[in-house]
Design a protein around this ligand. Structure first.
Ligand code: ADP
Ligand code: ZN
Ligand code: ZN
Length: 730
């Protein structure tokens, strides 16, 4: 028997498939294997086996060894990998990397084991009496084991002495065994179960999902109890002996949702996301692979969870941008989910209060089933929205970041002992540094972007590459010392709030305060336990959280995202406002939202404050149709990035030439086609160019051609990739 092996060479984007003799190794399809490769050894995946090779027998080498006891890739995963390989025209090697945690591939983590000691079956009193008089420590060890049962050897060694433990072992009085230790994430979470009776809208949603043979979109207002619906669906699927995947947006939602799942399903669920330590990731992954856990919950990459017999995929907050991957191979999670669900006959359920325009269209067109949940579980109306016109405020002499109404509502909220959330748009929260004399703006040396001032560290930071710079004492252009910050930062907001409400406890959640592994979790936990009165934060606090005592949400700069030259900026703004507002009034007390804006008459804001998704949708879809934007077209962007500007330019030319051939053959399908510098001309020292096209309809052929062109021009010196309807056009 021979094995066909994809050799996993990180630097190469090309597929190298080689035949190896299976020999003694016993490698199966899906196994990770170590094989000889030139003068070296390397890792690979067995993707298929065959009786014979077309290579001469004597030239074939043998697999050296198999890495894992069980093949790391399930047959389902291999099938999915093949589909992705074909859809995205990327190498099988890079697709397969998606299916294993990175740390595992680099061999840096292994199963963790420890030695445990326990009393041997000899009679305890006999042992004690047979010990010498001076052997007090040994006696103490035995007594300890009798009282506490099996104990880690390291604990015994430390508490008593290694020599006494060894002596007892040698005499056969205690036995030492090696056992696997499971590294469990989020040990600090308390899992409290709240068993509820579903209301009729929830019942209906469950029914639609289970009975439909199409994917289902659950459109449910914030606080309508979508998570409870997901839990019931999972319950139903796993009681039928199948497995489930539940995807949640990156970072913020995971611990809270995880704790709800843990409360209901215990060890049957495993969590996969980038915030875990390598060891935790490894162990959770293997619990899923071995079937010990049957529910995978995590951010987008959990769509690749090693589950067999899959019955259900849930995508919560399906409109969230974190479902788009930004590293190679770039995939769109709902596309992968769709393929995976189809291949394994699983149900696909997507939920949101503000579905993507594309998704809602599919639901209206009957491509998806639609389940609506229009009421909040607590029977209360959605929070009242109050608009503060900030132009008016300034005219009346209010130059603080908070409107008069917001200050008043904050006071009322704190007086009642309730909590408030203050939200700042991420893009606007930071402070740029500008020279008042000559308009010089401090920029990053590696990126074509302005730097942001971080007050706590008194440093300038680049938000793209992370570079740090000293704060300027004078303008490098004109020497003037009148240097100014613009914009309001989260830190500044906290400071001003503290001045207004000296006794209030305020927590801040943004990129700066969430650098360590569990800091997200801890901030949210503290706020949930009412250890603070106000939570100030950026996008991270917008999502999914369920804090019963929050009755006020302040949105400081509601129009910030309206002015990006992106066809989706209206949609983004609507979603953001609805999501943040949805954090208010989720329990017994009515919620309020104060929305600060400079353009109170803007249609997007006007529909958002009425929670009128339908009206917003009708207007938005009409605009998209009239102007041929997605979902009535696809935007294709081939990015060319290189540290060497000349190489980037010459590659761009080649890419453009090849793409132009496709364009010339298909002109009737193109709305737009050109090449140019990217809006951000340089990031992380790489020069960026693009070929940009907009094509009509759902044209897989043209997409395929573009994927091919991108891959053909990829090399060690240039990064070249295709994006379809990217969420950021920067
Ligand atoms: P959504 O995800 O739609 O925003 P959640 O699922 O977080 O809403 O539900 C909001 C709150 O209501 C949660 O605390 C949840 O436990 C509770 N809840 C959900 N369904 C019910 C129900 N049928 N009866 C009572 N409480 C419920
Ligand atoms: Zn200057
Ligand atoms: Zn930079």
């Amino acid at each position: 028997m021979i094995a066909r092996v994809i050799v996993d060479i990180a630097t190469s984007e090309l597929d190298k498939i080689f035949d190896y003799k299976i020999g003694e190794s016993g490698a199966l399809i899906g196994s990770r294997v170590i094989v000889p490769f030139g003068k070296f050894k390397t890792e690979g995946f067995v993707i298929s086996t065959a009786e014979n090779s077309s290579y001469p027998e004597e030239k074939l080498k043998s697999i050296i060894r198999v890495v894992d006891e069980v093949p790391a890739l399930t047959s389902d995963n291999l099938e999915l990998a093949n589909h992705l390989h074909e859809t995205y025209h990327v190498s099988m090697a890079s697709v397969l990397r998606l299916f294993l945690p990175t740390e595992m591939r680099t061999g840096k983590v292994r199963k963790k084991t420890a030695n445990y000691a326990s009393l041997s079956s000899v009679d305890f009193d006999d042992i004690l009496s047979s010990l010498k008089k001076g052997a007090d420590k040994q006696r103490a060890v035995l007594t300890f084991l009798k009282e506490n049962g099996k104990t880690k050897c390291s604990v015994l060694n430390e508490t008593f002495s290694p020599s006494s433990v060894t002596a007892l072992k040698n005499k056969g009085y205690i036995v030492v065994s090696e056992e696997r230790i499971v590294r469990t994430p989020y040990k600090g979470i308390q899992f409290s179960e709240k068993r509820v009776t579903l209301n009729s809208e929830q019942e209906n949603a469950v029914k639609v999902c289970l009975e439909s043979d199409k994917p289902t979109l659950i459109k449910g207002v914030t606080g309508s109890g979508k998570t409870e619906v997901y839990l019931r669906l999972i319950e139903s699927v796993i009681s039928g002996g199948k497995t489930a995947i539940m995807l949640v947006p990156e970072i913020s939602l995971t611990p809270q949702t995880f704790s709800r799942l843990r409360a209901r399903f215990g060890d049957k669920c495993a969590i996969l996301h980038s915030g875990l330590s390598a060891g935790e990731k490894f162990d959770e992954w293997w619990r899923l692979r071995s079937g010990e856990a049957v529910i995978a919950i995590g951010a987008r990459s959990a769509i690749f969870a090693p589950l067999e017999n899959l019955g259900l995929i849930i995508i919560d907050e399906e409109h969230d941008q974190s479902y788009e991957s930004e590293s190679s191979p770039r995939y769109v999670t709902d596309e992968v989910a769709y393929i995976r669900a189809k291949l394994s006959g699983a149900k696909l359920v997507m939920g949101s209060a503000t579905p993507k325009i594309e998704s809602y269209k599919k639901a209206l067109d009957g491509v998806y089933s639609l389940a609506e949940m229009k009421g909040r579980v607590n029977g209360k109306p959605l929070p009242e929205m109050i608009i503060s016109d900030m132009k008016d405020e300034v005219r009346h002499g209010n130059i603080s970041p908070f409107s008069v109404a917001l200050k008043q509502e904050l006071k009322n909220t704190l007086d009642k002992g309730n909590q408030a959330i203050i939200f700042l748009n991420r893009r606007g929260y930071s402070q740029k540094v500008i020279c008042r004399e000559c308009d010089y703006v401090a920029k990053c040396l590696n990126c074509d972007v302005s730097l942001h001032y971080h007050r706590a560290e008194d440093l300038l930071k680049c938000h793209f590459c992370g570079s740090q710079y000293h704060m300027l004492s004078a303008c490098p252009e004109c020497g003037s010392v009148s240097i100014n910050y613009t914009g309001t930062g989260t830190q500044k907001v906290v400071q001003e709030l503290q001045d207004l409400f000296p006794t209030a406890k305020i927590l801040r959640m943004d990129n700066d305060t969430t650098q360590t592994k569990e800091s997200h979790f801890n901030i949210l936990k503290d706020f949930g336990e009412k250890k603070a009165d106000i939570l100030v934060g950026t996008q991270m606090i917008a999502k999914g959280h369920d804090f019963p005592s929050v009755t006020l949400v302040g949105i400081l700069d509601a129009d910030m995202s309206l002015y990006f030259s992106d066809y989706r900026s209206g949609e983004r703004t609507f979603q953001l406002i609805t999501q943040v507002a949805g954090r208010s009034g989720r329990a017994d007390d009515k919620g309020k939202v104060v929305l600060q804006t400079y353009s109170p008459q803007n249609t997007v804001l006007q529909t958002a404050i009425r929670y009128d998704y339908e009206r917003f949708y009708k207007r938005e879809i009409a605009i998209r149709q009239a102007s041929y934007f997605p979902p009535f077209s696809d935007i294709l962007r081939i990015m060319v990035e290189s540290e060497d500007d000349a190489v980037a330019i010459s590659t761009l030319k080649k890419v453009f030439e090849s793409a132009r051939e496709v364009y010339n053959d298909n002109r009737q399908h193109f709305i737009y086609f050109d090449k140019m510098k990217s809006p951000l001309k340089r990031i992380k020292n790489k020069y960026r160019y693009q070929v940009l096209a907009r094509i009509k309809g759902n044209n897989d052929e043209i997409k395929g051609e573009f994927y091919k062109i991108a891959n053909e021009n990829l090399s060690k010196k240039v990064l070249c990739y295709l994006e379809i309807n990217p969420s950021s056009m920067s």
